[in-house]
Design a protein around this ligand. Structure first.
Ligand SMILES: Cc1cc2nc3c(=O)[nH]c(=O)nc-3n(C[C@H](O)[C@H](O)[C@H](O)COP(=O)(O)O)c2cc1C
Ligand SMILES: CCCCC(=O)C(=O)O
Length: 362
């Protein structure tokens, strides 16, 4: 029997309640991905191809999921909130609600360059924090953002390298998606042009399409705080980023929002981990939907995982309390998974505890 496209989508990821609470163009911006959204779906499906190979009779009465990814303070679990733009479209409290929930649960927050709350106001929540940076052709803007992040005591700057331009997002094109008029890109409040402060296209046109690893080297020298690189899939790029001075790598395909047809991020992880060879922490995002996914990524070499869209759905549903209860839920899922896997601490989640299904035998 043939399954209709929408039924197979629902099996992959049930439609979040947020779908009914948001204006269609906003929901589509959050949920959507590039072109045919194949990579988006493949990211989530990839987790089904890796299975746990649990160990038994190990002492699991107490589970410790605390994790340290320098230079962040110790986290209660290996979880960060992925940088996601324009969170005030999801809820009036936007970035502040998510940051406060993360702080309460001792998780870290990555603030987007294109946030609708200033990086200084996010810092005032005192959440363990990183600042995600898009590099602009006008280098004074980029330098200014780095120095502001350092002054606001962000632990590191996370440079996104998979978006020299934004992906071909057909839903946004169809909806002529724009930031709603009551919001603006407040990190750019000082720019003279009102148009640029409020128009996604105008700002994104300013992203530097010529940056190379030499520029990463340049920003590493210039930055008072460490530089991480987000959006790596190719192992050679991971090595080049480390040689340029990156202190951590985030394996990600931007949740399928950039190059459709890219490898599922989970499939890219083991080779990057092997190439990095413990020189710096490797983090992971794209398609993580539950605690079991987090533990699989850790077993495959990730030091920690960034949570994307599910955080937005919780934010839409009920602001800070809903985000906090989402964090509690996923931490509980991680604890149960670790217990049943026979891995009482994060360092016990070794690579032999996950095995890839041999597709030819299925
Ligand atoms: C609505 C939305 C906005 C995003 N904005 C940014 C951003 O400003 N900077 C960035 O580096 N990544 C951004 N991302 C990508 C996320 O950081 C992350 O890589 C992605 O959400 C992971 O995929 P998942 O949500 O399917 O798990 C965004 C993702 C979404 C869904
Ligand atoms: C203009 C904001 C774009 C943020 C982004 O990276 C994304 O939507 O994926």
């Amino acid at each position: 029997m043939s399954v209709s496209h929408s039924e197979s989508e629902l099996e992959l990821e049930p439609l979040p309640a947020a779908a009914h609470l948001l204006p269609r163009p906003v929901f589509d911006y959050f949920a959507g991905a590039a072109a045919n959204e194949e990579t988006y779906r493949a990211n989530i499906r990839a987790f089904r191809r890796y299975h746990f190979l649990p160990r038994c009779l190990r002492p699991v009465a107490s589970i410790d999921s605390t994790t340290t990814v320098p230079p962040l303070p110790t986290l209660s679990a290996p979880l960060l909130v992925a940088p996601m733009a324009m969170q005030c479209m999801a809820h009036p409290d936007g970035e502040l609600a998510v940051a406060r929930a993360a702080r309460a649960e001792r998780l870290a927050y990555v603030a987007s360059t294109f946030a609708t709350t200033s990086l200084e106001d996010i810092a005032a929540t005192d959440v363990p924090r990183l600042f995600q940076l898009y590099c602009f052709s006008d280098r004074s803007i980029t330098r200014d953002l780095i120095h502001r992040a350092a002054r606001a005591r962000y632990s590191a700057v996370v440079v996104t390298v998979d978006a020299p331009r934004f992906g071909r997002r057909l839903r946004d094109e169809r909806n002529a998606f724009q930031l709603p008029p009551h919001l603006s890109f407040v990190n750019f409040a000082h720019l003279p042009s009102q148009h640029e402060k409020t128009t996604m296209h105008a700002l994104s046109c300013r992203i530097d399409q010529r940056i190379t690893f030499d520029d990463i080297r340049h920003y590493v020298k210039l930055s008072p705080i460490p530089i991480w690189v987000k959006g790596i899939l190719h192992p050679s790029d991971a090595v080049a980023a480390i040689e340029a001075g990156a202190s951590a790598i985030v394996v990600s395909n931007h949740g399928g929002r950039q190059l459709d047809g890219s490898i599922p991020a989970l499939d890219a992880l083991p080779q990057v981990v092997a190439a990095v060879n413990n020189r710096v922490p490797v983090l992971f995002d794209s398609g993580v939907r539950c605690g079991e996914h987090v533990v699989k990524a850790i077993a495959m070499g990730a030091a920690a995982v960034l949570l994307g869209r599910p955080v937005l759905w919780a934010l839409v549903e009920g602001g800070e309390p809903s985000v906090r209860s989402y964090f509690k839920d996923i931490k509980q899922q991680i604890h149960i998974t670790m217990k049943l896997l026979g891995a009482p601490s994060i360092k016990d989640i070794s690579s032999d505890l996950v095995t890839q299904v041999n597709m030819s035998k299925l």
